[in-house]
Ligand binder design. Sequence first.
Ligand SMILES: [Zn+2]
Length: 378
Amino acid sequence: MSERKAVFIHSEELEQYSYPADCPFKTERAARTRKTLYGMGLLSGDGISEAPPVSATRPTLKKFHSARYLHAMKNAEKGHWELDALRMGLGTPDCPIFRGMYDYAALATGATLVGVEMILSGSAHVAFNPSGGYHHAFPEKAAGFCYINDNALACMTLAEAGKRVLYLDVDVHNGDGVAHAFYGRSDVMTISLHENPALLFPGTGFEHEIGEGQGRGYCVNLPLPAGTFDQAYMHAFESLVPPLIGAFDPDVIVFELGTDTLAGDPLAHLYLTNNTYVEIINGLLRFDKPILATGGGGYNVENTVRAWALAWTVLSGQELDQGMEAALGGVMLESTDWQGGLRDREMPVTNQQRETVLPALERSIETIKANVLPLHGL
Ligand SMILES: [Zn+2]
């Protein structure tokens, strides 16, 4: 059993809120992850605990968002919707207005910030808020199901405390709001691995976007071809991410753990299994730095719940051997089509997939190796 203290952040209060039924973003994923883990006995024991969120206050949110935007959000949920709000992305199909929208966003952000505080105080080495990960929100714009950017606020708070922050975003969509917030800074390095932005929202995150001024080389974007599979992904990851983390030498890692990269996600076109998430997390744990993990995208609810539950077992040092996991997971996960535990089956990869994915991926890796790694002496 690990000596690292790990905290899972959630409360029933978060379960009161949901986006409109026709919106693909399902807040219930966090509660279902918690229920699965609780049933498996993985939320208590040596060094393992749970903590409830505390709503982020308006002054805290104003560190990243404009007063005008927060005001428009509050007004919109009360029914006072203005054209100005639409210009800020509020009331669009991706960011619908719903009852409790502001309160939910403030509470979900507060959950991430509880993790920040626990890491800063030393009361946790690992914190996971599955209700976080709103990486597309900008200071004055809601986008992609995101209203308040908890990831950016977490990085800002840690940086204000004098920490060097490595932000790693493995959501299938580019972590644009966070990258933008730190584009000119060298104390927060942002690394985003995502599906080719020529094919997918938000349309940013090409290899040449590497930061500017003092931040040049501290924003890293790795676009992934449609159809990217486990071995291809890990080859790209290993080629770039551990060397960059080693060179940057962060004090804390903020990890956006979207699972919309998984095969079968209805909004994207990658082909990963959750076994890749285990490898990524093990890769991060080797650096022996505190890790604040948040949720993110993931529109196949079943797959997301399993991936997050699995991620927690690895983050908290409770990884089960496969037989035990299958026995426990099969019982706990109300899955209709997969009774094998938390881990996904391996996926078959076709030759055609290899031929289309690997050359394009290699070009992106080589571009980053040429443009970014030398800026870090690599
Ligand atoms: Zn996403």
